[in-house]
Write a protein that binds this ligand. Sequence first.
Ligand code: GRF
Length: 208
Amino acid sequence: KNIVILISGRGSNMEAVVRALDAEGWPARIAAVISNKPEAGGLAFAQARGIPTAVVPSKSFATRAEFDAKLQETIDVFEPDLVVLAGFMRILTAPFVEHYAGRMLNIHPSLLPLFPGLHTHQQALDAGCTEHGATVHFVTAELDHGPAVLQARIPVLPGDTEATLATRLLVEEHKLYPRAVRLFVEDRLVVENGAVRIVEPGFDAISI
Ligand code: GRF
């Protein structure tokens, strides 16, 4: 399977997926890493591993529709079976999301449906949560919604700040996202009635 990963910054989740794929030998390859920011730190990691990279600078486009059209064209050169959003900080238009329906995943640093949007760690603290987490989900037109694939949970500890929560959660994200992407490339995710079912390896999901 061809995977295209979209990043905007550091790219540590992208790196975790690339490393897991290499270490575990998934039936997949990283076809490209694409950023909307030329200065994204993750681009250097991808280039060093010989992964093709591209930049579609969101700043250069007047409208979301024009940016998304160019992004889609750039992604589709690599014929992706799966598009992985890894810290890709853009709100996507409905036609773009529709084009990748059922084949685009995102990781969001909250226990969705709690706290969509930004500042999720602070939101969890402000709400007095005793538990926080991250969610990998299929991308649908509504921001940070869509069927959840896997979640990771961490306790909120006395004295936790936005920064300590983010740091502890990131460790879990780096395990969670590779697990979810692997399930996808092994054809083990079935979306039914807006929910994800994980099937056994080798199970023929189409026969039911
Ligand atoms: C992660 O916390 C991810 O959940 C969120 O943005 C951050 C990206 O970090 N969407 P990185 O670029 O993968 O290091």
